[in-house]
Design a protein around this ligand. Structure first.
Ligand SMILES: [Zn+2]
Ligand SMILES: [Zn+2]
Length: 356
């Protein structure tokens, strides 16, 4: 399906964004169509390298790719939806379409320095949804560069015109497409479209004021959470460029099912099986609830399919401290398939009596 973008750039998985940028600069120079006129394989390589960079050169798409192996994973932010519709090999073209139809408008807008949001998935046990839990999440994210304290500037450096974009804040890139060669304009990432950079950028972060590092975030999973719900942890996304505000971390919770219970909203449903005699005479049974076993009195004359309600034994209602759903127990009645002679005699007698 999707190509390994790291491999395309000659990198191993988990390479940092700085390494990606370096590899891209080298390869795009090496493979540039101007140097390889009519060489189909170089042209193809150049296209692949660009496609890989479109993804790995963008912190948000890179994170998505690192986590899901694709950029069309769950929860893609607005603007990227078109990406998935085109499927694996055409994702590069989809990007071109997007830029083409947007008329490169993205380039003229000054990109926000705010850090990107990160979306990840966390699997919680069924019991976590009952009692709530604290979970540690390990992820790679952009954190403030300690060397320059987020400024991106080497100590004592002057501010000069950006050499990447010549002070215009925009970069023009040639790309092959169905329509021939398209010149696309991108906001210059080096100067963040401002056209100005410090004469000497911080060596440690290359001027971004942030670096990708392993981080641990503690997430509180609230009691009563539903499968597929997303939690927002403010300020735990990527830190912004040059000390700007951080993005948020969105944690999509997948709740593992428990085969004893079926959850419907905040209510729980389960089933028990009674012998015909227990249903007729009544009995006392153990019933598993999400809070442990309870005793349930089965009255005389219980009908097949009869439902018993265990009040407040359902799921806690998320966002409240006192409200809980109920637990409904459906009783199945098993009719014996074989009878001993003695049993048969007694039942025949019973039949006679009930006819009177
Ligand atoms: Zn620039
Ligand atoms: Zn730095």
């Amino acid at each position: 399906m999707t190509k390994d973008y790291y491999q395309v750039l000659g990198l191993s998985r988990g390479a940092t964004i700085e390494e990606v940028k370096k590899a891209y600069r080298r390869l795009s120079k090496e493979l540039h169509p101007d140097k390889h006129k009519g060489d189909k394989s170089a042209e193809q390589r150049f296209k692949e390298v660009n496609e890989a960079y479109e993804v790995l050169g963008d912190p948000q798409k890179k994170q998505m790719y690192d986590q899901f192996g694709t950029t069309s994973g769950p929860g893609m932010g607005g603007g990227f939806e078109g990406f998935s519709g085109f499927g694996g090999d055409f994702s590069g073209f989809a990007d071109i379409f997007e830029n083409f139809f947007r008329g490169g408008g993205g380039a003229r807008r000054k990109p926000s320095k705010r850090g990107e949001d990160i979306e990840i998935q966390l699997t919680a046990d069924f019991q976590d949804a009952v009692a709530g839990a604290q979970r540690e999440i390990h992820l790679n994210k952009m954190v403030r560069c300690k060397e320059c304290d987020g400024a991106g500037t080497a100590k004592g450096a002057r501010i000069v015109s950006c050499p990447d974009c010549g002070g215009t804040g925009q970069i023009t890139r040639q790309q092959q497409s169905f329509f021939g060669t398209i010149a696309q304009r991108f906001a210059c990432t080096r100067c963040n479209a401002s056209g100005e950079v410090p004469e000497q950028a911080c060596v440690s972060c290359g001027g971004e004021g942030r670096r990708e590092e392993k981080a641990t975030v503690t997430v509180r999973v609230p009691a009563g959470i539903h499968d597929g719900q997303t939690l927002r942890v403010r300020g735990e996304g990527n830190v912004g460029r040059q000390g700007a505000e951080s993005g948020d971390l969105f944690v999509r919770i997948a709740v593992k099912p428990d085969k004893r219970f079926v959850r419907e909203g905040d209510d729980i449903h389960s089933e028990i099986t009674l012998s015909a005699l227990d249903a007729i005479l009544g009995t006392q049974v153990h019933v598993e609830t999400v809070y442990g076993a309870v005793e349930l009195k089965i009255p005389q004359g219980t009908q097949p399919g009869q439902v018993f309600r265990l009040k407040d034994k359902g799921m806690p209602v998320a966002g409240t401290t006192s409200r809980t759903g109920d637990h409904y127990v459906t009783a199945h009645v098993e009719v014996p398939k074989k009878l001993s002679r003695k049993e048969r005699e007694l039942l025949e007698q019973w039949k006679d009596i009930s006819r009177e």
